[in-house]
Design a protein around this ligand. Structure first.
Ligand code: ATP
Ligand SMILES: Nc1ccn([C@@H]2O[C@H](COP(=O)(O)O)[C@@H](O)[C@H]2O)c(=O)n1
Length: 240
């Protein structure tokens, strides 16, 4: 369970949904607008612990979800896939349902207000303090909104670096009935990844937080690059 200090800002106190939606469509002006949001004190768990946050990034089909499953098994993290949370919200009779459906179909990015709220709700209801936040932040708006609202930065960022042709091949053979696993949407998702997600990776690279994983080879071979990243921060993982 999580507790926020009394001064922490919640979404309800952040201007309005319209504010975030407008930001989504006005990438150029978003940074100055979001940067005016008040910062909040860092989230702390009920037992006084701070969460260990890993952002898991990479293009569509780069293998993020597959590797997260192995990290959960080996290191006991809680896996939060932003895409899964949005798909669950989409089919839950939520007011956001049709907006999420259309956005995913088009390979675009759902406004941060929605996604950050879903992620924080999961974090707040978890007893775990180690989180893999998979497929988030997808753009600078996501990143800034999370950092402002959660009052936290990731401890580390994993970037699964995979050639485009391999990502396309994997997505097209995933066969899970996803509405965005078709060639037209994949092309759009790849463009969005390059234009909006790579700048986030660059941002964290400059802060020395990115661990770049060459995401080719078998699942086990790739995991052998991932394992030492978490081994190296075992002390921090068990911090109190
Ligand atoms: N190393 C690998 N070699 C071959 N196939 C893989 C590998 N890793 C994952 N896959 C397969 O590729 C597909 C995409 O993997 P996964 O769902 O983990 O990617 P993702 O990055 O989470 O994708 P998305 O962002 O689209 O949700 C899955 O069918 C998965 O089984
Ligand atoms: N932060 C995010 C994450 C995802 N989306 C939308 O969901 C789609 C599927 O995401 P996966 O991570 O499961 O591939 C993605 O293409 C986006 O439309 C989002 O908006 N914001």
């Amino acid at each position: 369970m999580w507790r926020r200090r009394p001064t922490a800002t919640s979404f309800s106190s952040l201007k309005s949904s319209l504010f975030f939606t407008r930001l989504h469509f006005q990438q150029a002006s978003q940074h100055s607008a979001i940067s005016r949001l008040p910062s909040v004190p860092p989230l702390q768990q009920k037992d006084g612990r701070c969460p260990f946050i890993t952002f898991v990034l990479g293009g569509p089909g780069s293998g993020k979800g597959t590797q997260c499953t192995k990290i959960v098994e080996t290191f006991g993290f809680k896996h939060l896939s932003a895409g899964d949370l949005l798909r669950r919200e989409m089919v839950s009779n939520s007011a956001y349902g049709s907006m999420i459906l259309n956005t995913i179909k088009e390979g675009r990015i759902v406004p941060s207000e929605v996604t950050v709220k879903l992620i924080l709700r999961e974090m707040e209801s978890s007893d775990n303090h180690k989180f893999l936040i998979d497929g988030f932040p997808r753009c600078e708006e996501n990143r800034i909104a999370f950092e402002k609202v959660a009052g936290a930065e990731p401890d580390i960022v994993l970037f699964f670096d995979c050639p485009e042709d391999e990502m396309v091949k994997r997505v097209l053979s995933r066969n899970q009935g996803r509405i965005d696993d078709n060639i037209d949407t994949i092309k759009k998702r790849l463009k969005v990844f390059e234009a909006l997600n790579l700048p986030v990776i660059d941002y964290y690279e400059k802060k020395g937080k990115v661990h770049r994983i060459k995401a080719v080879g078998t699942v086990d071979e790739i995991f052998e690059q991932v394992r030492p990243v978490f081994k190296a921060c075992e002390k921090t993982l068990n911090r109190s």
